[in-house]
Ligand binder design. Structure first.
Ligand SMILES: Cc1ncc(COP(=O)(O)O)c(C=O)c1O
Length: 431
């Protein structure tokens, strides 16, 4: 017979009763989110069903190992879920092998490097200052510490990665791997071109599509899976899933090496609930509604780009092919200013980034803006133009002092486009 467990009162209490302080803070986050114009290119809002899958009994399951060989009992259900998640990922990208266990996209990237390279091998990757990610071999990051890392950049006159220069460096350095992926590179990446270079020098080609995955699965950005040896992605950003977790897609020939590098090489048990959330996501994004959303994200990025240009501020690489727009402030002497914080005081959220050095510039400052979050919240060209004009006026104001009237107007602009109903527990309860 079941007896009452001593912990049962706390165990069954909902958040409001168990921890009203955290509950209030979550509600405060909802208010903060609504009252800001969210132009953070790496943020989006995930579908309710993905959150439901994550906040399920699966959060308790230890599923150490892969479906074919778990180190723990009771994995029949999670095996089915993980196999479904991988099958859906393979169908979405047309890839040969999927691993959905990485606890972040950064971890996924390290697993790829450790699985496919030897210590001391050379990596040729897009420089962070040109828009690459630090997990592609930055000197201060673990991904850069075991390898010789050579960077490639962009040709600003052409407005794209300088493939000629990549080819020259590849011939000179004979890298074991070429890595390309964007954190702040707003143009489409020519994956086929990079594959050709990798083939010429006998290198592996690794594409990180963390930012553009949602565009890739809807056919709005080239899919590197047919060309690359390995592809990784996070599942938030334009993929619009919950944060946490990475997906690795690889050729069959690399599957065992990458899988082993991740588990048992780096991680313990995966998050069974995270895997379930991704399985749901991969199905939802394969439906026509998601393509319609991504199409609007791209249209809005063009509106945002034009609106920034209309203020007289130039764009890094001249424009965008993605959800990302980078305002180029290198002509302004703003290197000492925490511009992202000043913008945040005015209820506009974005990232300050460092752009490549150019002769005659006053700084290396750029502002990375993204259209994905506000598109999900229903913003159109007019709202984005209002935000762009506010950004320009704040950036140009010499004293950087708070303009309380502008901050209020931006708060009202955010509030006019609330976070989608159903995502946050508080909203669901109130609905
Ligand atoms: C290209 C790229 N790869 C990887 C990552 C890391 O993703 P995660 O936060 O899941 O580790 C990012 C994050 O910004 C990114 O832009």
């Amino acid at each position: 017979m079941s007896v009452a467990t001593p912990w049962s009162a706390d165990f069954a209490a909902d958040l409001t009763t168990a921890d009203p302080r955290i509950q209030r803070l979550i509600a405060a986050e909802e208010t903060r989110n609504n009252g800001t114009v969210n132009l953070i290119a790496s943020e989006s809002y995930c579908p309710k069903a993905t959150v439901e899958a994550e906040a399920s009994i699966l959060v308790n399951k230890n599923a150490t190992g892969y479906p074919a060989e778990r180190n723990v009992a009771g994995c029949q259900v999670i095996n089915e879920i993980e196999e479904l998640a991988c099958a859906r990922a393979l169908a979405l990208f047309g890839a040969e092998h999927a691993n959905i266990q990485a606890l972040s996209s950064t971890i996924a990237n390290i697993a790829v490097l450790r699985g496919l390279l030897k210590q001391g091998d050379t990596i040729l990757s897009l420089r962070e200052s040109a828009g690459g990610h630090h997990s592609h071999g930055a000197r201060y990051h673990v991904s850069g510490q075991d390898y010789k890392v050579v960077g490639f950049g962009v040709d600003e006159a052409v407005g794209a990665i300088d493939l000629e220069a990549v080819l020259k460096k590849a011939r000179a350095e004979r890298p074991a791997m070429i890595v390309a992926g964007s954190t702040a590179y707003p143009r489409a990446i020519d994956f086929k071109g990079l594959r050709r270079i990798a083939d010429e020098v006998g290198a592996l080609f690794f594409a990180d599509i963390a930012h553009v995955a949602g565009l890739v699965v809807t056919g709005l950005h080239e899919n590197p899976a047919p060309y690359a040896d390995v592809v990784t992605t996070s599942t938030h950003k334009t993929f619009c899933g919950p944060r946490t977790g990475g997906l690795i897609l690889s050729r069959k020939a690399h599957a065992a090496a990458v899988d082993d590098a991740l588990f048992p090489g780096m991680q313990g048990a995966p998050g069974a609930h995270i895997i379930a959330g991704r399985a749901v996501l991969f199905d939802i994004v394969s439906r026509p509604g998601f393509k319609a959303l991504m199409t609007r994200v791209l249209e809005n990025a063009q509106h945002l780009a034009k609106a920034v240009l209309d203020t007289g501020i130039p764009l890094y690489l001249g424009g965008t092919d993605t959800h990302m727009v980078v305002a180029d402030l290198r002509k302004l002497d703003v290197s000492e200013v925490a511009l992202d914080r000043v913008l945040e005081e005015h209820n506009i959220l974005c990232n300050r980034i460092t752009l490549p050095i150019r002769d005659g510039d006053a700084s290396r400052v750029g502002l990375r803006l993204g259209s994905n979050a506000m598109t999900i919240r229903g913003m159109d060209a007019e709202g984005l133009a209002t935000a762009a004009q506010a950004i320009a006026s704040i950036v140009r104001r010499p004293d950087r002092a708070l303009d309380a009237g502008l901050a209020k107007r931006m708060r009202a602009l955010g509030d006019a486009y609330p976070v989608p109903l159903g995502f946050l527990p508080q909203q669901a309860a109130a609905a």
